[in-house]
Design a protein around this ligand. Structure first.
Ligand code: F6P
Length: 328
């Protein structure tokens, strides 16, 4: 391994996700293993701009693998979107003698990393960390699996009260413009309907399906609504609309919100984070840059940061068909 890199930096940026701590731990420990210094930047790009960092060693990351959130904190830095902000960040990296960075986050983080590399020659490897699972080049992002389990557990509880009171519940889940969380938790929790931005099913279809449900003897129903879905954009209005047309339904809304981002990561997310970040450090030590490390077909794979940003991952249409079959 050609080791020209003296110091590697690590940061978490954008929405936090469970498993980010396991990712930081893996970067720090891999650096220690390869006798390379490691520096952690706080609050993502904002910490770079402010020179807010700490030298980390293997002991700095003890007992964090099971913790949700991120010990390095996270932020969405507006200042970094400007060339001046990026220049400040690059100057601070140089002052801190950091040659290369592992950036853990979503597409906004990767876009920022690309700019930093283009404009200031910093070596960058991106590691996908977001609950949304909306990054091309990986089947799973760090935190997605934990979020799915959190949501399914919450919907199971809502199902109990929905069934006790013969109610219809609209459960809004996160995902920004992507419906991965809604689609998979909808199937996993046995929802009657799933609304996702990738497939506009229309209000008529939803009404028909709810009417059919009632006729078939169902007394309660769950509709999982992705926050980015067109007709679910305002889930409270949607519930009101449905109640106007189907007054027999006692409709309630639950917005799950930020509980989806917290909690101890699942074993899957811990292992994923660890594998991706060890590879990220090895790639940097090999002098590689502008890549994202992902998990595809059960293997750790790399793709260009550019491709990760250009395309959106495909959603599995067959899951909608399966959901239809099972909600009869
Ligand atoms: O990208 C993660 C995510 O939780 C999205 O699902 C959601 O749309 C967004 O972040 C919420 O961001 P914030 O915490 O800044 O409100």
């Amino acid at each position: 391994m050609a080791n020209k890199i003296r110091r590697i930096g690590v940061m978490t940026s954008g929405g936090d996700s469970p498993g980010m701590n396991a990712a930081i731990r893996a970067v720090v420990r891999a650096c220690a293993y390869y006798n390379t210094e490691c520096v952690g930047f706080y609050r993502g790009f904002q910490g770079m701009i402010e020179g807010d960092y700490e030298v980390m060693n293997a002991r700095s990351v003890r007992n964090i693998i099971s913790r949700g959130g991120t010990i390095l904190k996270s932020a969405r830095s507006k200042e970094f979107l400007t060339p001046e902000g990026r220049k400040k960040a690059a100057d601070n990296l140089k002052k801190a003698k950091v040659d290369a960075m592992v950036l853990i986050g979503g597409d906004g983080t990767f876009r920022g990393g690309q700019k930093l590399s283009e404009e200031h020659g910093i070596l960058i490897i991106g590691v996908p960390g977001t609950i949304d699972n909306d990054i091309f080049g990986t089947s799973f992002t760090i935190g997605y699996d934990t979020a799915l389990n959190t949501v399914v557990e919450a919907i199971d509880k809502i199902r109990d009260t929905a069934s006790s009171h013969n109610r219809l519940f609209f459960v809004e889940v996160m995902g920004r413009d992507a419906g991965f969380i809604a689609l998979n938790t909808g199937i996993g929790a046995g929802a009657e309907e799933i609304l996702i931005p990738e497939e506009d099913l229309g209000l008529e279809r939803l009404l028909d399906s709810l009417k059919r449900s009632r006729r078939s003897g169902k007394t309660s129903s769950i509709v999982v609504v992705s926050e980015g879905d067109k007709i679910g954009k305002n889930v409270f209005e949607l519930a009101e609309y449905i109640t106007n047309y189907l007054p027999e339904y006692d409709a309630k809304v639950t917005v799950l919100g930020h509980i989806q981002r917290g909690g101890s990561p699942t074993c899957f997310d811990r292992v994923l984070a660890t594998r991706l970040c060890v590879r990220a450090v090895e790639l940097l030590l090999d002098g590689q840059s502008n890549l994202m490390v992902g998990f595809l077909n059960n293997k750790i794979e790399t793709s260009s940061l550019e491709s990760a940003l250009k395309s959106k991952p495909d959603f599995n249409k067959d899951l909608l068909r399966i959901s239809d079959i099972l909600s009869t």
